[in-house]
Design a protein. Sequence first.
Length: 114
Amino acid sequence: MSDSSGELTIIVTSGPGGDAVTWTLSCDPPAGTHPDPMAACAALDAARDPFAPVPPDLLCTQVYGGPETATISGTWRGERVDASFTRTDGCEIARWGKLAAVFGGGSSGASGAS
């Protein structure tokens, strides 16, 4: 893996009023309370600019992917991270999909969470 030092806090909710699941994740070496830190770290390493928001001028399909939300905060590769993720349109669904392992895998990202 590349330099993936830092520690992240990941919060995933199933939707408005849903229970939130919180995990910690560090990747050098993979560790934390995340259910699969190796897969989560691999997804972060594979993603190009994993925390970048969707550009505001990007045209996105108006497909609703579900009410799930996630936030990732902390430090990654020496940089401060404070990112939010949703599944409200095609661009956000694709962004979520790149990091599905970080959100617990599956389409909702909260599967297997306890």
